[in-house]
Design a protein around this ligand. Structure first.
Ligand code: PAF
Length: 285
């Protein structure tokens, strides 16, 4: 079919293609996604294509990483459109398994990463990172890519993935993809589509307020004070709730007491029915 990227739905068909490429000496990259692709995802395809010869994009809305009451049923499923969008990128193949290919009857294994998975998103969404780590382990082992890329927007997810890939000696290079922003600085996300016009306008202030926090801590404001000020500003701007705003070590995600090393501010705020995630690097002189 022209104007779209070919799709395979089984592990066997995926491996057949990947092994054929490898037999030709080509390097293969994997971009795991849950579909509903936006320019953030497409930028991951472009970024990994600078390192490999063939790019596989997986599309699988993974049930095990959604908690009760979360948006698994309503998560946008737009495979045809996604494949058309991918035709404008260097992607060579879509891998879109169905749930029974990924989790056949009798499936009983879980990948669970200690420590780093327990805080922030892990504390607020119990089981979420077990679901992510399990499906990403499977995707990596199904595709056996040389490189896989994950967006820095889900900063904790990237840290969790780096941890289990190292711990389990999975032979793949993990790349972080730069967080892509909309014109007003809102982090690109498939869930931004859930925002109404008014909420979308407020959402654009998230990154502005985090930049304010960075300016404050860089000029000496204590970290806890700056986090509290940022939370209050978010609430005053119209966010419904703030799950966390924290200045952390970028590798361990330990909460920092002082700005004695390059750090990361990670934050989640709620607006309407949507949880918005953002994070930014904090450099030190
Ligand atoms: O970031 C995502 O879209 C998902 O968590 C991932 C990595 C594709 C696993 O389902």
């Amino acid at each position: 079919m022209s104007g779209t990227v070919p799709v395979v739905r089984s592990v066997d068909a995926l491996r057949e293609q990947v092994f054929a490429w490898k037999a030709e000496g080509l390097r293969v990259g994997l971009v795991p996604t849950m579909g509903a692709l936006h320019h953030g995802h497409l930028s991951l395809v472009d970024a990994i294509a600078t390192k490999v010869d063939r790019v596989v994009v997986s599309i699988f809305v993974n049930p095990t990483q959604f908690g009760e009451g979360e948006d698994f049923d309503t998560y946008p499923r737009t495979e045809e459109e996604d494949r058309k969008k991918l035709a404008t990128t260097p992607a060579s193949l879509v891998y879109a398994p169905n749930a029974s290919e990924m989790y056949p009857t009798g499936f009983a294994t879980k990948v669970s990463v200690g420590g780093i998975s327990d805080r922030f998103e892990g504390a607020l969404r119990p089981g979420h990172f077990d679901g992510v780590a399990t499906v990403v382990s499977k995707l990596l082992l199904q595709c056996l890519p040389d490189v896989a890329i994950f967006g820095e927007k889900d900063f904790q997810q990237l840290a969790v993935i780096r941890r289990f890939v190292a711990d389990l000696n999975i032979p793949v290079e993990i790349m972080g993809g730069t967080l892509i922003r909309e014109e007003d600085g809102l982090a690109a996300s498939s869930r931004n589509a859930y925002l109404n016009a008014e909420e979308r306008q407020v959402a654009g202030l998230f990154n502005v307020i985090l930049k304010g926090l960075i300016a404050a801590v860089s000029s000496g404001t204590a970290l806890r004070q700056a986090e509290e000020d940022a939370s209050n500003r978010l609430l005053a701007a119209g966010f419904k709730a703030v799950d966390y705003v924290s200045v952390v070590d970028p590798d361990s995600l330990d909460v920092l007491e002082r700005l004695d090393r390059p750090a990361r501010v990670i934050a989640v705020a709620r607006i309407g029915s949507v949880r918005l995630l953002d994070n930014m690097a904090i450099d030190i002189d």
